[in-house]
Design a protein around this ligand. Structure first.
Ligand SMILES: *Cc1c(COP(=O)(O)O)cnc(C)c1O
Length: 423
């Protein structure tokens, strides 16, 4: 099936007389006739459901759909994008280990690594994703367990050179984990370029209607954990907390997801709910229609802003001449995403005038939604920083993050144009 068809049918095939739409299995638990059957499930000897923290049919169907869209081997849903990242890291790295992360990443993800997981004993090196290969090489250590980056970074719109990062990770015997939230598998499939694990915040385009938080981890099944046995004992040696199962031997290509479910979801409990998975599935059904429209509107607005006398600069990788235009053409030729950044004239004051004058586009802490919204980091997410600190953090005082929705382009341009008149 092609992407459009997977969006509609992937993951759930009703039998004769069964529900056409994916049913919501609103049940914490599942019933069995014999003790032996239930025992076999606990031994991971049989596939089946017993408790919705570990697995639920609605959530599994949605995970399978995202897995098919990404061209992966296995997948799982999580309660949020942050918990997808948490499980992806901690499934293969713990105290005494080290990971490499692109410095141009979602703030929540860098906090997870540099604050919380650091407190748990995991060490991180943040690298400039545009640095030459020799420089990136220097970041690897004996105990490095993974390399992480975002295919399109939030909010800066930096495009990750996926082939370069995959080559470096594999040369050091570790997987490349890619957050593909902004690109979505409609525009980019990181596995086609060598990535091993993909994570998503389904909260963004996949949901697309600002309804529910969610995350997903997809495994390509391609990384050979056994070939790097010593680096990944959690996958390649017996798990005493699960009857001594060796995940790579028992689950082969699907070891990563099976371990993350059996061990980490069991212990951390960051599961998705069936009702919310149902909503994510409704969003996924139209992902292939919405994403191109987001990109079309965003590109037109980026062009409008670039030529506008009240605008200093625009960052959008889909815009010819942008620093990341060539990488975007390579990895996501059919479109980038709906999120762009720009700087109106007049610094922080100019940006505040602009956002306050908007009538249709709303001020929200959200992105990648059907309805357009803006965020002014200097007065919202980063408001505790002074001008000097803002510049050091790479967040210019005038920077506006505009998440372009799927409204009429005419109405969006009219709103932006009248708001710029106030700058
Ligand atoms: C939003 C976002 C996250 C975090 O996802 P939540 O669902 O909000 O927890 C992670 N990565 C990227 C790129 C994001 O945009």
């Amino acid at each position: 099936m092609k992407q459009e068809t997977i969006c509609l049918y992937g993951g759930y095939t009703p039998g004769n007389g069964e529900a056409r739409q994916l049913p919501i299995y609103q049940s914490t638990t599942f019933k069995y006739a014999t003790s032996e059957e239930m025992g076999a499930l606990f031994d991971l000897e049989k596939e089946g459901y017993f408790y919705s923290r570990l697995a639920n049919p609605t959530c599994d169907a949605v995970a399978k759909k995202i897995c098919l869209l990404e061209g992966g081997s296995s997948a799982m849903l999580t309660s949020s994008g942050m918990s997808a990242n948490l499980l992806a890291f901690t499934n293969i790295a713990g105290a005494g280990d080290h990971v490499i992360c692109s410095a141009k990443c979602y703030g929540g993800t860098s906090n997870l690594l540099t604050v919380t997981l650091k407190r748990f004993g995991l060490e991180v090196t943040l690298v400039d994703p545009d640095a030459p290969e020799e420089e990136l090489e220097a970041a690897f250590k004996e105990n490095t367990k993974a390399v992480f980056g975002e295919s399109i970074s939030n909010p800066a719109g930096v495009i990750l050179d996926l082939e370069k990062f995959a080559r470096l990770a594999h040369a050091h015997g570790v997987p490349l984990i890619v957050d593909n939230t902004f690109a979505t598998p409609i525009n980019c499939r990181p596995f086609d370029w060598g990535a091993d694990i993909v994570v998503h915040s389904t909260t963004k385009y996949m949901d697309g209607h600002a309804m529910t938080l969610g995350g997903c981890i997809v495994d390509s099944g391609n990384f050979d954990w056994e070939a790097h046995k010593d680096k990944f004992p959690g996958l390649t040696t017996p798990d005493e907390s699960y009857h001594g199962v060796i995940y790579t031997q028992k689950f082969g290509r699907d070891a990563f997801i099976n371990k993350a479910v059996a061990q980490l979801m069991r212990d951390l409990g960051v599961c998705q709910s069936a009702s919310n998975a149902f909503l994510i599935n409704i969003g996924l059904e139209t992902l292939h229609l919405r994403v191109p429209r987001h990109c079309e509107n965003a590109l037109a607005i980026a062009k409008f802003l670039k030529d506008h006398p009240k605008v200093d600069w625009v960052n959008y990788a889909g815009l010819p001449g942008d620093k990341y235009y060539d990488l975007a053409q390579k990895y996501m030729p059919s479109g980038v995403c709906g999120v762009l950044c720009f700087g109106p004239k007049g610094g922080k004051e100019g940006a505040m005038r602009f956002t306050n004058a908007l009538k249709l586009i709303s001020i929200e802490t959200h992105v990648a939604d059907a309805k357009s919204c803006v965020l002014h980091p200097a007065s919202h997410t980063h408001r505790q920083l002074n001008e000097q600190q803002l510049v050091e953090a790479g967040v210019l005082p005038e920077l506006i993050r505009l998440s372009v929705g799927i409204e009429s382009l005419d109405d969006l341009l009219a709103d932006i144009s009248q708001a710029l008149d106030e700058v």
